[in-house]
Ligand binder design. Structure first.
Ligand code: AMO
Length: 436
C-alpha cells in the first residue's frame, strides 16, 4: 500500500490533471469485465470516476480501493474523464457481497429494505446527496445567524418536564427519578436569551409519536432560534424570512450538483413571505376548495391546499400562518393584546410556516412577564412546581422575546422532493426501527 508517494486526487479534480498520472482512493462502485478489458467505477466523496484496466484482480463491489493511472479525456465517461489503470490496490476488501446493488438502487423503492440495509444503502448517490444538502443547509443556518449576532447554545436533552404539552414524551429512568428525552429546547433557549439575547441551537429532539406518517420521526433535527428585545412576532417572521433567503442562496452555490441529481429546484424566497391568519386560512380552504378543516389547526390536506393557493396566486412556495388560537399552542405562547393592552383570551402571537404544502416551522412571541406566565400555566392546568426551573428566570427581567424551530428533515425532504422524512435522516428512528 501507499507504494506511490503521489498525493490523493479527488474525482472532481481530474480535469486539472489531464495527461498526468494520479492516485485515486475510494469505493469500488461498479465493475464490468468485457473480455480483456475491465471497467471499474471508483466512487469517492466528490463523484464517480470510470477506470479502465486489464488483468486486474477485482474485489467485491464496495471494497475500498486505490487506483493509480493516467487521466484521459473521454466524452462518454462521467465528468468527461477516465483513468487508465497503471497500478491497482485493494485497501480494504469487502468480505460479503453488498445486500443491495448500490448503482442500481432506485430512489425510495422498497423503502423498508433500503432502511434495513441503511449502513450501505446510505452510500447511494441520491441518499448521500440528500444528507449533503442537509449538512449545507445547517451550515448556512449557522453562518447566517452568526452574521446577525446570534450565539450557538447547547441545552439538555435529558429533562424533568415536557416543554410542548401533549403525551408524546419518552420517559427515561434517571438514577431512579422520572425524566424525559427533550421534546424541544424551548424552555432553555428562552432562558438563554437572558444571557446572549440572540441564540440558536442545532440538535436532535424526541417525540414519542405513535403514528407512522411520512412527516413524523421519533427523533429529528431541530433548528432552533430565539431572539430577545423584539417588538412582536413580526420581528421573528422577518428574521426567518432573511434566514431562509440566505440558506437558499448558499445552496445555489454549494449544492447545485445534488439538486440536479435529485431533479429538484431551489425555491426563490420572496422578499416578504405572504402571511395569512389561521382563521382566514381555514375559511379560504373551505370556500375555495370545499375542504372542511377539522380541529383547531390546519390538517395536512388544508396545509397542502393553502400552499397550492399561495403558489398559484403569489408564486410563493412559502406562507406564514399567523395568530394561532391558544387552544392550538403551548402555555408559553404570548397572547394577542387588545388595543387597551389587555390580554386577548383566544388568540396568540404564534405562527407556522408552510413550505410546499407542509408545516416546516412553528414559532411566535413568548410570554416574558412572570405573572402572565403563571396565569397561563394555571389556565393550561399544568403543575407550576414541575416548571419552577423555568419560571424562576421570569422574575429577573426577561425582555420581550420570540423565536421558532425548523424541522430539518421536513425542510430537506420538501426541498428535494423526497416523499418521506425518513430519507432525510441517516438513521431514522420510527416506531418500529431502533437499528441500524
Ligand atoms: P413544533 O412542535 O411545532 O414546535 O416543532 C417545530 C417543527 O419541528 C418539526 N417537527 C417534526 N419533524 C419530524 N418529526 C416530528 N415528529 C416533528 N414534530 C415537529 C416541524 C415543526 O414545524 N418549541 C416549538 C418551536 C418554537 O416555537 O420555537 C416547537 O417545538 O417542522
Amino acid at each position: 500500500l501507499a507504494q506511490t508517494s503521489l498525493p490523493r486526487t479527488l474525482t472532481r479534480e481530474l480535469p486539472q490533471h489531464e495527461g498526468q498520472t494520479v492516485k485515486l482512493q475510494g469505493f469500488l462502485h461498479a465493475r464490468r469485465d468485457l473480455g480483456g478489458v475491465q471497467f471499474l467505477v471508483l466512487r469517492d466523496v466528490s463523484g464517480l470516476t470510470q477506470c479502465v484496466g486489464s488483468g486486474l484482480e477485482l474485489p467485491l463491489t464496495e471494497s475500498s480501493i486505490e487506483v493509480v493511472g493516467k487521466v484521459k479525456a473521454h466524452p462518454k465517461a462521467p465528468h468527461g474523464f477516465e483513468v487508465q489503470v497503471e497500478d491497482f490496490h485493494v485497501i480494504s476488501a469487502a468480505t460479503e457481497p453488498s445486500p443491495v446493488e448500490i448503482p442500481k438502487m432506485e430512489w425510495n423503492v422498497n423503502p423498508e429494505t433500503m432502511l434495513d440495509y441503511r449502513v450501505v444503502t446510505v452510500r447511494g448517490l441520491k441518499e448521500r446527496a440528500a444528507l449533503k444538502v442537509q449538512a449545507e443547509l445547517v451550515a448556512a443556518f449557522r453562518d447566517h445567524l452568526r452574521s446577525e449576532g446570534f450565539t450557538e447554545i447547547s441545552t439538555p436533552k435529558i429533562v424533568s418536564a415536557g416543554a410542548e404539552g401533549g403525551a408524546n414524551l419518552f420517559p427515561i429512568d434517571y438514577f431512579g427519578r422520572a425524566a424525559y428525552l427533550a421534546q424541544s429546547p424551548q424552555l432553555y433557549k428562552q432562558i438563554m436569551v437572558g444571557v446572549f439575547e440572540r441564540v440558536f441551537e442545532v440538535a436532535p429532539v424526541y417525540r414519542a409519536e405513535e403514528h407512522a406518517t411520512s412527516r413524523h420521526l421519533n427523533e429529528y433535527l431541530s433548528l432552533d432560534v430565539e431572539m430577545g428585545f423584539i417588538q412582536d412576532e413580526e420581528d421573528v417572521m422577518s428574521l426567518e424570512n432573511r434566514l431562509l433567503a440566505a440558506i437558499m442562496e448558499h445552496l445555489k452555490k454549494s449544492s447545485a450538483a445534488e439538486f440536479a441529481l435529485l431533479g429538484a429546484t431551489i425555491p426563490t424566497v420572496p422578499a416578504h413571505i405572504p402571511r395569512i391568519t389561521l382563521m382566514e386560512a381555514r375559511k379560504l380552504v373551505t370556500e375555495k376548495y370545499g375542504h372542511q378543516v377539522g380541529g383547531k389547526d390546519l390538517d395536512p390536506e388544508a396545509e397542502r391546499l393553502l400552499s397550492q393557493h399561495f403558489t398559484e396566486t403569489e408564486g410563493s412556495d412559502f406562507v406564514f400562518v399567523t395568530k394561532y388560537p391558544r387552544a392550538a399552542r403551548p402555555f408559553y405562547a404570548h397572547p394577542e393584546l387588545n388595543a387597551d393592552g389587555s390580554v386577548d383570551g383566544e388568540i396568540t402571537r404564534g405562527f407556522d410556516l408552510l413550505f410546499r404544502g407542509i408545516e416546516i416551522t412553528s414559532g411566535g412571541q413568548r410570554i416574558h412577564d412572570h405573572a402572565m406566565l403563571m396565569d397561563s400555566i394555571t389556565a393550561y392546568k399544568l403543575k407550576p412546581e414541575s416548571l419552577e426551573g423555568y419560571t424562576e428566570v421570569f422574575k429577573y427581567g426577561m425582555p420581550p422575546h420570540g423565536g421558532f424551530a425548523i424541522g430539518a428533515e421536513r425542510l430537506t425532504a420538501k426541498l428535494l422532493g423526497i416523499a418521506n422524512v425518513r430519507y432525510a435522516r441517516a438513521f431514522p428512528r420510527d416506531r418500529h426501527r431502533l437499528t441500524p
